[in-house]
Design a protein around this ligand. Structure first.
Ligand code: CO
Ligand code: CO
Ligand code: CO
Length: 321
């Protein structure tokens, strides 16, 4: 999807754009590699502090998905001065700063430009041992798949914008979006994961597709094991489905093999674009029981949602489970 540019190659560029991974990784020496990522977007919620927190959690997520430790962050800001009060900008930045602090990283500066609509994001730098990088290209046949946050964030935020989500649905979605993927990343590292990516704009299916395509394998999912936000299905039934979910499904159409009885609405939920979604982790079969225990102990979804299968095409089979 975003990997259409000419590949940049260098022996020390351990992860570049060719595998559509979450972040770029550059080796500094035998013991240290720098992980670099950038993310920014327009407000997903009205409250500026919450928007800042969500954006920072989302930007940090790409660092965690690579098995790295966040070190430094820089703000990227677009703001309509004179249209919105400056307190709004301050609250956005405070939300971001507090989240970066929670992650144990340093917010070390940034840049603001005048913009018609507020935009906020961060460039984040992390560190990882070059031999302990976890990319989306390492999945192997037999690996178990885990997803650490429920799906449906895109559906609920669409309903929030349409004033159709109640307080509880709003709070659940916000709690998820502001939650760092740090604990999930720790479990991933401790269970010796073979591949990982965070689930964001391309939805579970889009990011799993990138993983299987980069790894040269296929995958099977069990719908009934996939965690979904409590009210997402009923809100989706009311039509609160972001356009991105339809686009994701359409883009992946040829690569998806659905069990016939799976309804359209469930297909859209699996393609729902997530903001600051969870980690999708592939764990070797012999480590799967450990991953289940560690995830549950960390208060995360410890159910296996599927597995990596042998396939010449990067296909995804979806069964009811
Ligand atoms: Co990512
Ligand atoms: Co990203
Ligand atoms: Co990755």
């Amino acid at each position: 999807m975003l990997c259409q540019l000419d590949p940049v190659e260098d022996p020390d560029l351990l992860v570049g754009s060719s595998t559509c991974d979450d972040a770029a990784v550059f080796r500094l020496n035998d013991d240290m590699a720098v992980v670099q990522t950038v993310d920014y977007f327009t407000p997903v919620v009205d409250d500026p502090y919450t928007f800042g927190s969500i954006t920072a959690a989302n930007a940090l997520s790409d660092i965690y998905a690579m098995g790295a430790k966040p070190l430094l962050a820089l703000n990227i800001i677009g703001f309509p001065t004179g249209v919105l009060p400056l307190e709004v900008l301050v609250a956005i930045l405070k939300g971001g700063a507090d989240k970066i602090k929670e992650a144990g990283a340093l917010l070390a500066g940034g840049h603001t430009i005048e913009d018609k609509e507020p935009k906020y994001g961060l460039a984040v730098t992390g560190l990882v041992h070059p031999e302990r990088i976890i990319t989306n290209a390492g999945a192997r046949v037999g690996d178990s798949l885990f997803l650490t946050k429920p799906l449906g964030i895109g559906i609920v935020t669409t309903a929030i914008k349409g004033d159709l989500a109640d307080k509880l649905a709003y709070q659940e979605a916000v709690n998820l979006m502001v939650a760092l993927n740090d604990r999930a990343a720790r479990v991933m590292i401790e269970s010796k994961a073979s591949a990982c990516t965070d689930v964001t704009g391309f939805g579970l299916l889009g990011h799993l597709y990138e993983m299987v395509a980069a790894s040269g394998v296929g995958a099977k999912l069990w719908l009934s094991n996939i965690p979904v936000l409590e009210q997402a299905r009923s809100l989706a039934a009311m039509g609160m489905i972001p356009a991105g979910a339809y686009r994701n499904l359409q883009y992946l159409d040829q690569m998806l093999k659905w069990e016939n009885s799976i309804e359209e609405i469930d297909r859209l939920i699996l393609a729902d674009p997530q903001t600051s979604g969870g980690l999708l982790i592939a764990v070797p079969r012999e480590q799967a029981a450990l991953a289940v225990r560690l995830l549950s102990a960390a208060g995360l979804n410890g159910r296996k949602i599927g597995e990596i299968i042998e396939s010449t095409l990067p296909q995804i089979l979806i069964e009811k489970g």
